[in-house]
Design a protein around this ligand. Structure first.
Ligand code: CP
Ligand code: NVA
Length: 302
């Protein structure tokens, strides 16, 4: 594994290996025997806002012996139009790895190609692989290692966004049932479904049907970063897919509510549901650190 650019390009075995490393690193936190990033500088190049991803990567790099360097695209020449391939070739001669949050998936592919550095997708419009690895780690902690196999997982709201696509590929690679529910216009296209080609992936406009007997119920903001101008036109159509107490009556008796955060209470999730499931949701947020340390470890030690 040279880079971590998407869940799509991983295999089930690679995901399982990353989860196993993450469990170990979480257990050993504060007493790591190895410092695989010693003497290395890893850059974070972010074109979008971040709390969890930035902090967890900066802390994780430090805990594995390396030095993080945060660069906002507002401050570097990339933001003034210097091509990504030139930025990549400069940084490739100075640093040891890159973590990029941006819009176009092609930009991180180009960065990896031109820099030759191990490169990690910290969220693009296409995928959010680091979040899904943290979510899978959380499922294993709550329900057991490998418990996702055959599990019914529901994702409601803006399901064809970066989170939804990473969930879809994870379902195929790991063999869980994923039911997506949202307004018809927000469901994945036939082309997307054909590309994934997985029988365990279903789509519905009926929120209750998606949640029925689901063990994990996920949601995410209805307005992803970069889509702010669509707020007014989009929101009304999504209210039937709000994760609220009434909807959760359809879920499995022992269920968990996941949210990648940041959450917009009163929109995709109600305040009472978020607070009622806060232990799980903030465990999920903490697991960003452990899952990403596993990615860094794997990229630095092979
Ligand atoms: N979930 C997530 O990626 O959070 P941030 O945008 O705060 O990094
Ligand atoms: N879908 C959201 C995820 C935020 C972590 C976004 O892209 O803004």
């Amino acid at each position: 594994m040279k880079n971590l650019l998407s869940i799509e390009e991983l295999s089930g075995d690679q995901i399982k290996e990353l989860l196993a490393i993450a469990h170990r690193l979480k257990h050993e936190r504060g007493a790591h025997r190895e410092q695989p990033l010693a003497g290395q500088t890893w850059v974070l190049i972010f074109a979008k806002s971040s709390t969890r991803t930035r902090v967890s990567f900066e802390v994780g790099i430090s805990e594995l012996g390396g030095s993080p360097m945060f660069l906002s695209t507002r401050d570097i020449q990339l933001g003034r139009g210097e091509p990504i391939k030139d930025t990549a070739r400069v940084l490739g001669r100075m640093i040891h790895g890159a973590i990029i949050r941006t819009y176009e998936q092609q930009d991180i592919i180009d960065f990896a190609d031109y820099s030759k550095l191990p490169t990690i997708n910290a969220l693009t419009d296409l995928e959010h692989p680091c979040q899904i690895l943290a979510d899978l780690l959380t499922i294993e902690e709550i329900y057991g290692v490998g418990s996702y196999k055959g599990m019914k997982i529901a994702f409601l709201g803006d399901v064809d966004n970066n989170m939804g696509r990473s969930w879809m590929w994870a379902a195929k690679h790991l063999g869980f049932q994923l039911c997506l529910a949202g307004p018809r216009a927000a469901l994945p296209s036939e082309a997307t479904l054909a590309a994934i080609n997985y029988d365990g992936l279903t789509c519905t406009t009926d929120a209750a049907e998606a949640v029925r007997d689901a063990v994990v119920i996920n949601t995410d903001t209805w307005i992803s970063m970069g889509q702010e101008s669509e707020k007014g036109s989009k929101e009304q159509a999504f209210f039937p897919y709000q994760v609220n107490a009434e909807l959760l009556r359809h879920a499995a008796a022992k269920h968990s509510v996941f949210h990648c955060l940041p959450a917009y209470r009163g929109y995709e999730i109600t305040d009472d549901v978020l607070e009622g499931h806060a232990d799980c949701i903030f465990q999920e947020a903490e697991n960003r650190l452990h899952a990403q340390k596993a990615i860094l470890y794997k990229l630095a030690t092979q």
